[in-house]
Write a protein that binds this ligand. Structure first.
Ligand SMILES: [Zn+2]
Length: 281
């Protein structure tokens, strides 16, 4: 028997025991399969996360198991009147928007549910049904763009920051659109990092790893806040970046740096754009 067919049978057994005897007993069966080497670590982690998700949201989302591996979903569910294929994962790094694109073109909708492998509770759920670009068929993905503060006429920073939602075309950045704006006291990335380093206690030094972690933390907390405030499906964060072309005289031009993005759009949203998002209409 093909290994993937074998796993489908194992999965069927595990879910039928869940229905008969509940979560705890199903998890015991998963442990036994692992002990006997009938499933590998990856499937072990995956099926436990699926069971945790299923037991929490079975009723709310009207879930049933998907039995066809070709549809890239573990469950089919219904949320607020729409039907979705739901892909459950413990690690977003293994997910890629590309996997779902063909089916999405046929009208299927997907969600990715991130489940904590220890607690088996859902941490976040992502709506990955980004519209297709009307010009080129790329994906139109909302990013949060944090602009630096302006300055007054003496050149002093006046702490007036601007944020906007830019919908970025994954194929051609020039098809991007500026959608909405706000003016919270939220610093752009480079000001924020400077402040963070400046505020470290005397004698403390920051490693690149600390700074990378702090950037992720800052980005995620802003994505959560502005997702509601600007009513957008935000998936990445960026700020202007001056790109130096001549190190001798500092000559260059304004581009855009993406400081953070959800892992499943790593092939759709770049690191650095030769394009100043402030030029968008
Ligand atoms: Zn496009």
């Amino acid at each position: 028997m093909h290994p993937s067919d074998k796993f489908l049978l194992v999965r069927k057994h595990i879910f039928s025991s869940f229905r008969l005897h509940g979560l705890k007993s199903a998890l015991n069966i998963v442990d036994n399969y692992r002990k006997n080497n009938d499933i590998d670590d990856k499937h072990y982690k995956g099926i436990r996360a699926e069971l945790g998700f299923f037991s929490s949201y079975k009723k709310d989302f009207g879930l049933f198991e998907s039995l066809d591996s070709g549809n890239h979903a573990d469950f089919i569910g219904n949320i607020k009147g729409s039907t979705y294929g739901i892909d459950v994962t413990t690690n977003l790094d293994f997910k890629d928007l590309e996997t779902y694109t063909e089916n999405q073109k046929d009208g299927y909708k997907y969600l990715i549910a991130l489940v904590n492998p220890e607690t088996l509770k859902m941490e976040e759920i992502f709506n990955i049904n980004f519209p297709f670009c009307a010009d080129c068929g790329g994906r139109m993905i909302d990013i949060l763009y944090l602009e630096p503060s302006g300055s007054d006429k003496d050149g002093l920073i006046n702490y007036s920051y601007n944020q906007r939602v830019v919908t970025v075309c994954s194929f051609n950045v020039e098809h991007s659109m500026s959608k909405r704006e706000s003016n919270f006291m939220t610093a752009d990335f480079s000001s924020y990092i400077n402040e963070y380093v400046y505020n470290l206690n005397f004698g403390e030094s920051s490693t690149p790893l600390d700074i990378a972690k702090e950037i992720d933390r800052y980005a995620i907390s802003n994505l959560k806040f502005f997702r509601k405030e600007l009513n957008s499906n935000l998936m990445a964060c960026g700020s202007p970046e001056y790109i130096v072309t001549n190190p001798r005289d500092g000559e260059g031009y304004n581009g855009t740096k993406i400081y953070f993005r959800r892992p499943f759009i790593k092939n759709d949203i770049g690191d650095l754009y030769d394009f100043d998002f402030r030029d968008l209409e």
